[in-house]
Design a protein around this ligand. Structure first.
Ligand SMILES: C[S@@+](CC[C@H](N)C(=O)[O-])C[C@H]1O[C@@H](n2cnc3c(N)ncnc32)[C@H](O)[C@@H]1O
Length: 274
């Protein structure tokens, strides 16, 4: 039945149910992404079609929480795409050399591993003036921001935190390890300010020198990409830098405003323009 017209209608009913009953905004995301996540839950619950799944969703409150969990894309890593961090070093050196204060924004920050990576490379490189760097990190999810503030990460079957921290010669000065538990040290944690922020609905920031917006655009529905990009552009000062995820790109209508600095690492410079 999957793929038939009545199943398509049932899929739409599942999406409407999410809109009404689950604290999640399905309209932001593209259909392929929503489809994959809902199918994964259907398989777990042995539902053969979307009508059957909707019944489960209506009658079982715990499924609503499981679905919310499946829909929240919070995959992240320390030093995700190590090449990008390599290519970001000259940018950080230049910014902290030329400006008294450097305002950096990691959005979305998920559980904090991205902004902590930024703070750690700045502390670790002798040519970056770390004390000039102010890192703010935000995410739409309150749970993600709470986890980020705590700064505690576990090595599991699928996640090797020591391996993720590999790009640092030694992570000991920044992260305390106790078996499989890794705790970001206070001297790093206290340098990063966390908050919730919705990149589509909330107001832009202003005059940022560096903005990391990685691995969100890929999930966003085409209709919301331009507003999201407008937020990014308005938040950066002219001459500031934008970093996207490895498979993301600047939408054609914004290309005049962003000049590639390290193209494969998706590091761009904001060169002005409305
Ligand atoms: C895949 S993670 C990316 C984390 C990190 N930037 C990275 O590349 O590893 C995507 C994050 O986007 C957040 N998110 C989803 N919609 C958002 C929105 N409209 N505004 C801000 N954050 C959002 C999710 O909560 C999730 O933590």
């Amino acid at each position: 039945m999957s793929g038939s017209r009545s199943d398509d209608e049932a899929f739409d009913r599942v999406v409407r149910h999410i809109e009404d009953e689950v604290p999640f905004e399905p309209g932001y995301y593209n259909e392929a992404y929503l489809g994959r996540r809902i199918s994964a839950r259907m398989q777990r619950r042995d539902a053969d079609n979307h009508t059957e799944y909707l019944q489960i969703l209506r009658s079982d409150d715990s499924e609503r929480d499981e679905l919310l969990d499946a829909l929240t894309i919070n995959v992240t890593e320390f030093f995700r795409d190590p090449d990008m961090w390599e290519n970001l070093l000259p940018v950080l050196r230049e910014l902290t050399d030329e400006r008294r204060r450097v305002a950096a924004w990691s959005a979305p920050c998920a559980d904090g591993r991205e902004p902590y990576s930024l703070q750690m490379v700045a502390a670790d490189d002798p040519e970056v003036t770390e004390r000039r760097l102010d890192v703010v990190a935000t995410d739409i999810s309150e749970d993600a921001v709470d986890a980020a503030r705590a700064g505690v990460y576990e090595t599991t079957r699928t996640t090797d935190i020591a391996d993720e921290l590999g790009p640092l010669d030694s992570y000991e000065p920044y992260v305390e390890q106790d078996g499989d538990t890794f705790r970001v040290r206070d001297r790093v944690r206290e340098q990063v300010t966390f908050d919730t922020h919705d990149l589509i609905r909330d107001e832009p920031e202003s005059e940022k020198d560096l903005l990391l917006c990685r691995n969100l655009l890929i999930y966003i529905d085409a209709a919301y990409k331009t507003p999201l990009f407008e937020t990014l552009r308005a938040s950066l000062r002219e001459g500031g830098y934008l970093v996207l995820g490895k498979t993301e790109s600047v939408p054609p209508e914004c290309r005049d405003a962003f000049e590639p600095v390290a193209k494969r690492s998706r590091i761009y410079r904001h060169v002005g323009g409305e």
